[in-house]
Design a protein around this ligand. Structure first.
Ligand code: MN
Length: 196
């Protein structure tokens, strides 16, 4: 699917005269982009986004990521976002779609681990279609291997979890130990208040 076509639902949900969110597609810096945004909307949640086929495939993760491989977090597939969204931090006005404050909680690039399997290499596009993604994240906060696996419960329901490696931290909660913005260091309240 062309990225213009896959961004149609994103654009139809938003009034770009009202929201400061980006309209344009944006360009990948080269290595595929990864971002997790903390979103204080009607319920605080996290949005995980991975660049696949020139857009950001996106999942809402109610409880956020965990570095404990035993903790599997529900991740609900939502509409594709433009690459330019990876840098968006600010406030979406009340009454607009997703109204509330958005923080760039973590940002970086990733490697597709499924492409490195000699027996049956899979592209990100194929892995997404298979419902089984394995990536090596190189973010400011999250590092190492993570998996996203589609469940049988519904088309949109996936699980996001840390795979075992040297970056795993059993028993930890990184959403509590590292709550602030990866790009500005601001708290969610400081972003909401428009503090520079
Ligand atoms: Mn959200």
């Amino acid at each position: 699917m062309s990225s213009e076509k896959s961004l149609k639902p994103y654009r139809e949900k938003r009034d770009f005269h009202q929201t400061p969110e980006p309209f344009g597609q944006g360009e990948s810096p080269g290595k595929p982009v990864y971002v997790i945004q903390k979103h204080d909307a009607s319920h605080l949640h996290y949005d995980l986004r991975l660049e696949i086929e020139s857009v950001l495939k996106s999942w809402a993760v109610p409880k956020g990521p965990s570095l404990d491989p035993k903790v599997r977090r529900l991740a609900l597939l939502v509409e594709d976002h433009p690459i330019s969204y990876a840098g968006f931090e600010g406030t979406i006005p009340e009454g607009q779609y997703g109204g509330g404050t958005v923080m760039v909680w973590d940002k970086g690039t990733y490697r597709n681990l499924q492409a490195e399997k000699p027996a049956a290499p899979r592209s990100m596009e194929q892995s997404f279609g298979d419902g089984k993604i394995e990536v090596y994240l190189d973010g400011d906060k999250l590092k190492g291997a993570f998996a996203l696996v589609k469940t049988k419960q519904s088309e949109k329901s996936w699980l996001f979890f840390k795979m075992k490696d040297e970056f795993a931290q059993p028993g930890s909660d990184i959403t509590v130990s590292e709550p602030d913005s990866a790009i500005t260091g601001r708290t969610i309240d400081e972003i909401a208040a428009g503090k520079e």
